[in-house]
Design a protein around this ligand. Structure first.
Ligand SMILES: C[S@@+](CC[C@H](N)C(=O)[O-])C[C@H]1O[C@@H](n2cnc3c(N)ncnc32)[C@H](O)[C@@H]1O
Length: 388
């Protein structure tokens, strides 16, 4: 958690503006917030804020930043201010001239196709938007510049923003739980889970370059497990584990060793080829281990899994406690209804119940500045094994 303080409407707008810049939101969205901060135009006061608290501040911090992005922001700010005949600060022209004449960005871009975004979660405790006491959790994330060309898992998708807001909104659901994510991508969900006190977090992905990027993000957030020269990963309760887990080749015996309390997945239902494998992985992870403790009543999804052997059950072994059956929270944008219906059909065949909980488990709006993120497009499903 970063800075805490009370914000009036005006400084709240500026907080959004800085958060938008750090998250590398599209320039047009940044300009909209800049105009909002200036009451309709990008005033000298707002320009000074942009120069000092956005552009200069990241340079002072030494953050590796995408210079093309800064250049674009500077151009758009200057153009927008000129278009409303506002005075443009000399400092903005100077910074733009500096970036235009330096060739650092070209060299850097050749080396790096990734950018470092800083995602701020703004948690308010106030009752209205005018006077908020905000707590600012900032998560640095290395993401891909290129969302679609083979780098799917290195981009940040809306469903993982949604799951992150959900975790921060319902921390008790996840704290002290063993959480296991499939198709984790950049790793943001795992960072949130650790933040709310999950007892153990395993993130998985089937793509090796995604996994390498995820590990880097855990390092950036001081959550990486140490891998020694022997390649053995030393488990630590404060760290997040990353595993290579392609759904199509993950072995049943490996999946059966985990016993997570909660399984998570964000934006993973999109390729019909992999839907059967995903269903298989989910059903193994969610299956109660030995038996259901009681006959489920109609509509009652709660069954129990138990780690007891038959001998233990007959004896008096108090260490073996019945454990609630795991649930999965799957957040998704339904881009292709046919693919989603295929997921539902295979889930039913695998005795998985899929409940739409979008309306009942609404997350708080913790990313109010992120105009590129449309929370309303994301659906949330609670998946569990049906005891019959
Ligand atoms: C659209 S991205 C979503 C990433 C992340 N969950 C998010 O929401 O930002 C889908 C992720 O699922 C992973 N994935 C796709 N097919 C997979 C498979 N067959 N096995 C394991 N992971 C897979 C991809 O590598 C990618 O990281």
């Amino acid at each position: 958690m970063g800075d805490a303080g009370t914000h009036d409407a005006c400084s709240l707008n500026l907080l959004y503006l800085r958060s938008s810049f750090l998250a590398m939101e599209p320039a047009d969205h940044f300009i909209s917030l800049a105009r909002q901060s200036g009451g309709g135009s990008i005033t000298e006061r707002v320009q000074t804020f942009i120069l000092e608290h956005c552009i200069n501040s990241i340079e002072d911090e030494g953050t590796v930043y995408n210079l093309t992005y800064i250049k674009n922001i500077l151009k758009k700010v200057i153009t927008a201010a000129e278009s409303t005949h506002d005075v443009v600060l000399e400092g903005l022209y100077e910074r733009l001239a500096y970036y235009l004449t330096s060739h650092m960005d070209d060299d850097l871009l050749k080396e790096r196709s990734r950018i470092c975004r800083q995602i701020s979660f703004l948690c308010s405790s106030g009752h209205d938007n005018k006077c908020l006491s905000s707590m600012n959790l900032v998560v640095p994330l290395q993401c891909s510049l290129n969302m679609l060309e083979g780098d799917t898992g290195c981009a940040l998708w809306p469903s993982s923003l949604f799951l992150s807001e959900l975790i921060l909104s319902y921390p008790m659901t996840f704290s002290n739980k063993f959480c296991f994510e499939v198709g984790s991508g950049v790793g943001l969900v795992g960072i949130m889970l650790k933040h709310v006190g999950a007892s153990k977090v395993i993130l998985t992905d089937g793509d090796m370059s995604t996994l390498a990027n995820m590990k880097l993000n855990l390092e950036l957030n001081h959550l990486a497990s140490e891998t020694m020269a022997s390649q053995r990963t030393y488990e630590s309760p404060n760290m997040v584990e990353c595993k290579h887990l392609p759904w199509e080749s993950a072995s049943e015996s490996e999946l059966q060793t985990y016993h997570p309390d909660i399984v998570l997945g964000a934006d993973i239902i999109y390729d019909p080829l992999y839907v059967p494998y995903l269903i298989r992985v989910l059903s193994i992870l969610l299956k109660p281990l030995k038996f259901c403790s009681s006959e489920p009543k109609e509509g009652d999804m709660s069954c129990y899994r138990c780690t007891q052997s038959t001998e233990d059950r007959n004896g008096d072994n108090s260490q073996n406690e019945a454990k609630e059956a795991p649930n999965a929270y799957i957040a998704t944008v339904i881009r292709n209804l046919e693919t989603f219906n295929y997921f539902l059909r295979l889930a039913a065949e695998a005795s998985l119940s899929v409940l739409d909980v979008t309306a009942t488990m609404k997350p708080k709006n913790l990313l109010p500045y992120m105009l590129s993120y449309d929370r309303s497009t994301v659906h949330l499903y609670k998946v569990s094994f049906l005891c019959t």
